[in-house]
Design a protein around this ligand. Structure first.
Ligand code: ZN
Length: 72
């Protein structure tokens, strides 16, 4: 996974299913369907089961988050 992790450990996932990313989860911001691999799905379930915020973001929301971070 080539995700650039920041201080909040957000994970960006693609909105298309691939051979590797076959588990559907939801973007934590816009609830859009996104697809992750086995490890990502385990991470997602762990976060939900632990009552943590959904760490996944679709590509669109991730870009918006980056913009906000730059603006300070
Ligand atoms: Zn989103």
């Amino acid at each position: 996974m080539s995700t650039a992790l920041n201080q909040q450990s957000l994970v960006t996932a693609a909105s298309i299913m691939t051979d590797y990313n076959q588990h559907e989860v939801r973007c934590g911001m816009c609830a859009k369907e996104i697809y992750v691999d086995d490890e990502g799905y385990r991470l997602y379930m762990d976060a939900i089961n632990a009552g943590l915020d959904n760490p996944f973001r679709c590509e669109v929301c991730n870009e918006e988050y980056d913009d906000l971070a730059y603006e300070g």
